[in-house]
Design a protein around this ligand. Structure first.
Ligand code: 0A1
Ligand code: ZN
Length: 877
């Protein structure tokens, strides 16, 4: 196995030896030989005389200092480093010419081609693939970008900032445009786009009355599919003004949708570049979930303008400073646009499905990591989603007003800075007087805390004692942990469903409905409690922890019916289901038949029939934990076949008890409304389709017929896909012709075909692996496109637990082979696929051995990228 390079450590941070105050870039675009002239205004900060600029696969074509070409012995240049010896101890101008080949750029970092256009991706370290630079986030410069290209090939020329001069270059067929961005920014926010694209345009007038021109660019012919994104953009701009007092700051805001993109989207100053999957939406091609994702990602990138761009990160260890905060902001935005309760449930589901397994496995790391080998591997659910939870806890602890005062101070004090988590927390501490020393452990300690709760009612003294104990599991590099500050939002529910009053409380700081758990164990004593309460803890999921409480099935059922916190109503139903599923899995493993919990059936029935509840909420309750959720709960010696059997059996039991009521709800909701992507309308579809999915799982002819009929007659993608998914998830033979029909209908629409690829890969049947392998050669698949890869191979590895984790190891071998092959062309995407192995140690011994063999085979392969080497090394450690 190749030895890794030395890691980067937070403790080693040192400020740069030079500032680069201005960057003038001149691009002469060519498909295979693009010339980049970079004029850097450099100012020494101290006494250093050697300037080292990083590159990545660069070819140097020219170098001069203050106008004079540098002699060969004055510098050395390799593809990854330019060293200039004896630079002046005063400001100077360094001019660097590099030659790059955008067409050969399969890593999709730096300047590359997609959608027939030129585009860039520079975060985190892509700018060094364009020119030699101090490619680190604490070097902030004012950029001027001149782009020159063939007018026929690239009538559209975009870069960061505001548009400047533009015109034709006579006699050459070429033209140029100059862009100037007055806001100093790090190189990772640089962007350029050139091509022949369609557009939708609009404008927005900011709170101080400035008019901003807005445009979204996409492939010709797809303009109408950008209208929803444009609407979401305008709503985001208004929301940031009202919720955070943040106004947009340039004359233009441009978004470009491209079809080849490693991630979701990128917040380049004034020129966001998006994976087109998060821009394009219309009723015929996008589901309700797609619409919600478009809205959320548009908002996320826009909100970065303040949290990320105006205030950026000092170094990449501080990534959560912009990402956790911006995810928190986009989640709040979506909550305000939609149903807050349903949004919270969906976000917690994602956190538990993606971040909890990371935090509980070999890739666990703190929200602010302290060491990394490859920064691209740290765009993780921990940095993003747990990072957002940490910000939300801050709001819970400080209250909405205190939180807002802290944010205001942060924006005022650090505008224009490259800041740290310490800077951020200091603003909240100063604005509110709160001591955040213990709270800051959330940034440095990895692992999901476990909170065990036990309640005891003393009727004679009208006293309720609640003991809360926290423990944080060991994680890589962190064997021992200190107790953290955990805000536990709570209520004591009385028999009529109202929260009970109490006369006094002792044993912990309690502010309103929040208990601050700060010690390893604390007993909170409530005096003057009239009757035995049912405790409702962690309301709204007030902290990203696992709560263990030995509530009886009756108490959980009561909570489902009566808790005034909708999140905990959902949680109580999930807990009941999970108990039954875990018991069912061990029963199967032992050759017994588990029984469904009657309280669960009652709970689901009560929610199903309660028309006072939002349909989207009822749909969430009907979706019992996934196979991956169950495996995570079991935690060790997992047999994925037993898990799948348990889940299937429980769903059958639900249908056999609630069948007629499910049918009644399905029929009642069937009355056709015309399609609209708004949350209310989408919620009705979500409930109807959750019911359909359950009924189809029973295999009843009537239900299967209803699904086929819905598939054939639906007037929108949500209903069509839901019907097809129900047939696929139940592995019914009817799926085959429906999948074929679907492919035929959308054969020219790659984003829709991604849904088809994912469904093909998620069929829970032994033949699926061969089908997935065959699809690698299908014309609708392309290994060069990250969306296709994630849809097919990623879908197989993450959504098809029993087949990926096949006992014969064939699922692991397939993904390992694919990763090895892809690693040579797109290491980032390869490394991300490999993350599917993160829970291998929790499998039963046969699968564990097979997974380990596949991982070792990857680890010993020659010429692994740093990205894949990093993931495989940590996964095996
Ligand atoms: N800052 C972006 C995420 C992002 C990170 C790296 C990328 O490189 C391929 C692209 C995007 C965000 O949070 O949206
Ligand atoms: Zn982001």
């Amino acid at each position: 196995m190749k030895a890794a390079e030395a890691p980067f450590r937070l403790a080693d941070y040192a400020p740069p030896a030079f500032d680069i105050t201005h960057v003038d870039l001149d691009f002469r675009l060519d498909r295979t030989e693009t010339r980049v002239l970079a004029r850097l205004s450099i100012r020494p900060r101290g006494t250093a005389t050697v300037l080292e600029l990083v590159g990545d696969e660069l070819v140097l074509a020219g170098l001069s200092l203050d106008g004079a070409p540098l002699a060969a012995d004055a510098f050395t240049a390799t593809p990854s480093l330019l060293t200039v010896r004896a630079v002046p101890d005063r400001p100077f101008l360094l001019e660097i010419e590099t030659v790059i080949d955008p067409s050969a750029n399969t890593k999709l970092m730096g300047l590359y081609r997609s959608t027939g256009a030129y585009c860039t991706q520079c975060e985190a370290e892509g700018f060094r693939r364009i020119t030699y630079f101090l490619d680190r986030p604490d070097v902030l410069s004012v950029y001027t970008t001149r782009i020159e290209a063939l007018k026929s090939e690239a009538p559209l020329l975009l870069a960061n900032g505001n548009p400047g001069a533009h015109g034709d270059i006579p006699g050459s067929g070429r033209h140029f445009a100059v862009w100037h961005d007055p806001f100093p920014k790090p190189s990772y926010l640089f962007a350029l786009v050139a091509g022949d694209l369609g557009a939708v345009k609009d404008s927005f007038t900011t709170m101080s009355g400035r008019k901003v021109d807005l445009a979204i660019y996409c492939e010709h012919g797809k303009e109408a599919r950008c209208l929803y994104a444009m609407d979401a953009l305008k709503r985001s701009m208004r929301w940031d003004e009202t919720a955070f007092g943040r106004e947009y700051d340039l004359d233009v805001f441009n978004i470009v949708a491209v079809s080849d993109f490693n991630m979701g989207a990128m917040e380049n100053k004034g020129l966001n570049i998006f994976n087109d999957k998060y821009v394009l939406a219309d009723p015929n091609t996008a589901t309700d979930v797609d619409y919600a994702n478009v809205e959320g990602v548009i908002a996320h990138e826009y909100f970065h303008n303040w949290t990320g761009n105006r205030i950026t990160c000092r170094d990449w260890f501080q990534l959560c400073l912009k990402e956790g905060l911006t995810v928190f902001r986009d989640q709040e935005f979506s909550s305000d646009m939609r149903s807050r309760a349903v949004k919270r449930i969906a976000d917690v589901r994602t956190l538990q499905a993606r971040q909890f397994p990371e935090d509980g496995g070999p890739l666990a790391h703190p929200v602010r990591p302290e060491i990394y080998h490859e920064i691209s591997n740290f765009y993780t659910p921990t940095v993003y989603e747990k990072g957002a939870e940490v910000v939300r806890m801050l709001q819970t602890i400080l209250g909405e007003d205190g939180f807002r005062r802290g944010m205001d101070l942060y924006f005022n004090r650090h505008d224009g800075d490259a800041a740290t988590i310490e800077d951020f927390l200091a603003c909240f501490a100063e604005a509110t007087g709160e001591d955040l020393t213990q709270f800051s452990l959330w940034y440095s300690q990895a692992g999901t805390p476990q909170v065990a709760a036990r309640g005891e009612f003393d009727a004679r003294h009208r006293r309720y004692r609640l003991t809360l104990a926290q423990s944080i599991p060991a994680t890589p590099g962190q064997p021992v942990k200190r107790p953290m500050q955990i805000p536990v939002r709570f209520g004591l529910i009385g028999p009529n469903g109202e929260d009970l009053d109490f006369a006094s409380v002792s044993g912990a700081r309690v502010d309103g409905d929040v208990i601050h758990l700060t010690a390893a164990s604390q007993t909170v004593t409530f005096e003057g409690v009239s009757t035995r309460p049912v405790p409702s803890l962690l309301r709204g999921f007030s902290a990203p922890v696992r709560l263990a409480i030995d509530a009886s099935a009756e108490d959980l059922l009561f909570q489902v019916r009566a808790d005034r916190d909708p999140f905990n109503r959902w949680q109580a139903a999930q807990t009941l289901a999970m108990r039954s599923l875990v018991a069912g899995a061990s029963a199967t493993a032992e050759g017994r038949n588990g029984a469904a919990e009657p309280a669960l059936i009652d709970a689901l029935g009560a929610v199903l029939d309660d028309e006072k509840l939002e349909p989207a909420f009822r749909a969430q309750v009907l979706q019992i934990p996934s196979e991956a959720d169950i495996a995570r709960e079991i935690g060790e010696n997992v047999d994925p076949d037993a898990v799948a059997a348990s889940r299937k059996r429980l769903r059958l039991a639900i249908v056999s008890s609630l069948g007629p009521r499910l049918l009644a709800v399905h029929t009642a909701l069937g009355a056709e409304q015309s399609y609209s992507p708004d949350a209310g309308n989408a919620g009705v579809r979500a409930l109807r389709n959750a019911v359909l999915d359950l009924m189809v799982a029973s295999g009843s002819r009537a239900a299967v017929g209803a699904a086929v009929w819905q598939f054939e007659t639906a007037d929108n993608m949500t209903d069509r896909l839901a019907a097809l998914a129900a047939l696929c998830h139940a592995a019914l033979p009817e799926r085959l012709s429906a999948l074929h029909t679907f492919h035929e209908a959308y054969r020219s629409d790659p984003l829709v075909l991604d849904k088809w690829l994912t469904l093909e890969a998620s069929v829970p049947a032994p033949e699926t692996l061969d089908r997935v392998k065959a699809l690698l050669a299908h014309p609708s698949f392309a290994a060069s496109n990250p969306n296709r890869v994630r849809a097919l191979v990623g879908g197989f590895a993450s959504l098809n637990q029993a087949q990926f984790n096949r006992a014969d190891g064939a699922g692991y071998d397939f993904v390992a082979d694919f990763v090895l092959d892809l690693d040579r062309r797109n290491p980032q995407t390869a490394a991300r696929l490999l993350v599917a192995f993160r829970s291998w140690r929790s499998m039963e011994p046969v699968r564990r051995a097979a997974a380990e063999a596949a991982l070792r085979r990857i680890a010993s392969a020659p010429k692994l990228s740093p990205d894949t080497l990093d993931i495989v090394t940590r996964t095996l450690a």
